[in-house]
Design a protein around this ligand. Structure first.
Ligand SMILES: C[S@@+](CC[C@H](N)C(=O)[O-])C[C@H]1O[C@@H](n2cnc3c(N)ncnc32)[C@H](O)[C@@H]1O
Length: 310
């Protein structure tokens, strides 16, 4: 296992199998992780390739590309769904021990497995620990298949300890147009009659923050020409990770991504002042993630031993 340590204790990158890495991290990271985000392969039963930039200007994302090449990124072929689920279980069990009591785990899947993963997560964390099913709704190129086009992924969240107050910084979304038209941008206050019946709300001077965010999130996928695009397959948008990280962790807390890929979680966590821990077995993934973090000013050195935080 190769471990790169970020200067100033800002985080770690581990190249290797995440199961082994999670077991090796058990003593260093026990109960220190506030948010674990998992974006495993989606049981596509195929291999996935990255489009990497090569040549003299490879590192200069602003400049013209010298060349592009396809490189094997990861293998998502399984003998059965059970084998896939079992592999995920073997990662979720050690992650449970790494979570802080106020922490939570988010597993990003799609409709092919979300119902199986939900049952498995309830078994591992307890169904009273289940916190949210977030629907990430996105737009995609219309398909002519005779079905309702799938335009969402599923993010399942469990808390480590339902008896502990969770880390939760409420995000807000804008008021509906009809609410704005009726009430404007002032904060509404519920008004009750003397007999306890609800009367028409009043609006104060104070501006509203909006409404507390629901569990259906409309966030665009990364556009083909976006500067954010790394060429890594299945790269997730920074806006999605930013929302999760801001809501579910505080500055200085540890955010773990054991399926780090191109390092989206890690780059956003670093930008938001969280300590990042990323694992991936693909050297292509780790190469892209390292470059991305370096471009954000993170400096790395090989770690003398795979010790992670604190
Ligand atoms: C869907 S991609 C993650 C994409 C990432 N969220 C991003 O935004 O770029 C899944 C990643 O999991 C990695 N992976 C799959 N099995 C793994 C394992 N057993 N150990 C470590 N990494 C693994 C793959 O190499 C791949 O990079």
């Amino acid at each position: 296992m190769r471990v790169l340590e970020a200067a100033g204790g800002r985080g770690r990158l581990v190249e290797g199998d995440n199961r082994q890495a999670l077991v090796e991290m058990a003593s260093d990271l026990r109960e220190k992780v506030t948010l674990a985000y998992l974006d495993p392969p989606f049981l596509t039963n195929r291999t996935h390739e990255a489009i990497v930039r090569t040549g003299a200007r490879a590192r200069d994302r602003a400049g013209p590309l010298k060349a592009r090449a396809k490189r094997f990124a990861f293998d998502d072929r399984w003998s059965s769904r059970d084998e896939y689920l079992d592999a995920l279980r073997q990662r979720l069990v050690p992650i449970r021990d790494l979570l802080a009591p106020h922490g939570s785990v988010v597993v990003h899947v799609d409709t092919k497995t979300s119902h199986y993963v939900k049952v498995m997560g309830d078994e591992i964390f307890g169904d009273d620990a289940f916190a949210s099913e977030i629907i990430w709704r996105y737009r995609r190129w219309p398909s002519k298949t005779p079905n309702f086009q799938r335009v969402h992924d599923v993010l399942l969240r469990w808390r480590k300890d339902p008896k502990t107050k969770p880390r939760f910084n409420t995000p807000y979304e804008p008021l509906a147009a009809s609410t704005l038209a009726t009430w404007g941008t002032g904060k509404q206050r519920a008004v009750f009659e003397s007999d306890g019946r609800r009367a028409r709300s009043s609006v104060g001077e104070e501006k509203t923050l909006g409404v507390p965010m629901g569990d259906v999130w409309e966030i665009g996928v990364i556009a083909p020409v976006s500067r954010e695009r790394t060429g890594y397959p299945s790269q997730k948008p920074e806006a999605l990770l930013e929302r999760l990280i801001l809501a579910l962790s505080d500055e200085g807390e540890v955010v773990l991504d054991p399926y780090a890929g191109s390092g989206t979680t890690l780059a956003v966590a670093a930008r938001l002042g969280r300590v990042f821990v990323g694992i991936d077995q693909s050297d292509v993934a780790l190469g892209i993630a390292t470059e991305r973090l370096q471009a954000a000013g993170i400096r790395f050195a090989p770690a003398s031993r795979p010790r992670l935080v604190g």
